[in-house]
Design a protein around this ligand. Sequence first.
Ligand code: PMP
Length: 429
Amino acid sequence: KRDLTKSNAQFRKAVKRLPLGVSSTFRYWGDDRTIYVDHGKGGRTWDIDGNCYVDYRLGYGPAILGYADDRVDAAARRGMEVGGVFALSTERELTVADRIAKMVPAAELVRFSNSGTEAVMAALRLARAHTGRDSYLLVEGGYHGLFDAAMWMANMEDWDTQSDRDPEVVSYGKGIPRTLKELAHLVPMNDYQRLEDTFRKYGNTLAAMLIEPIQGNCCAISADVEYVRLARKLCDDYGVLLIIDEVKTGFRVGKGGIQGIMGVRPDICTFAKAVANGYPIAVVAGREEVMRTFRYGGASHGGTYTAHSVSLAAAEECLRILDETPALETIADYGERLKAGISGILNARKIVHSYTGHPSMFGLFFAESPPNNYRDWKKSDYSFYDQMAYHLHDLGVICEPDSREPWFMCEAHGRDETCLSDTLKAVET
Ligand code: PMP
């Protein structure tokens, strides 16, 4: 079992100054399990006790090439020489936007933001400004950031599985104004009938439907292609804008994102995470006519740090690598080999299991077939997975506990064969 003496001591000191001892609530894993990082390199992270982990969390996905990638870091240093932010624009904004438009055909016009939250917030505002409507549709189990409008979820705690009644809509935590609730509608993913019924009832009042076709915060549970196509059709029928949130999937599952794989063109799409290998930058992009609503007298958008020279230079290099080299194939191939290795071990022990998502971000389930949506997932027993995740942490493999996030792969995992062998050795144990 790993020694966490220094992390435990750091937690006791940190909690006196930082709520829960961390800077993002999700990084708190319990008083004696919260880890403090010394550094990361490639596909591995070292904590302050010197424990080394093959890391399948990758900061929730951003380190697509691996931590401290020499190529991207060198570019970021060149970006530093530009000088930061100016309240003015730089030429590189267009270079990066051109690259994004080349990789993602729906990204006809591009605006930069600083985080996924900001990008999705801008996307929803844009949709409201463009349509003149306020309501919007969310898919249960999705996560779109920390802004108020995105903080509504289905309450599975008192959900009656026998009845047709939808679960109650509740906020993620406190501090979300109750008066905003009536603008948010939720549908269970992959339920075609309910989607049609919801559009029939509310379609004429919706500005947008937001969907994460692979739910990156819900174990990579995925929408059927036909479901996303139906969403596209219903949006067209009712004058609703389709926002595909690719904050996790973008520049990861494929050059053109999950929209490219599914062949569904959104009106607006959002990216963050993998855009710059972890440097903070996000993107809201979409159809020209819609995007031109960002103007004086239209939808407000901006921000002191948008298109920061360091993040932008990192994005330029990261996207070049993802576009021009076989990095994404290396990543998917590693994911396939990892899944095959894990399955070999589990099959030998007759442990029934299945996967969701994409090889570059997959969820593992101990059931014959994976859940089809958040409701299914909530009904299933995932305690065995959670036990396994904590056991793997002790053995030097870090994946998300509490069955929330999928396993994320990076190019560095694929380049370093010991990542695979060390992971499989731990799974075997
Ligand atoms: N959308 C999706 C699909 C996400 O996965 C996330 C973050 N996990 C966000 C939006 C919010 O991004 P950020 O944490 O950068 O604000």
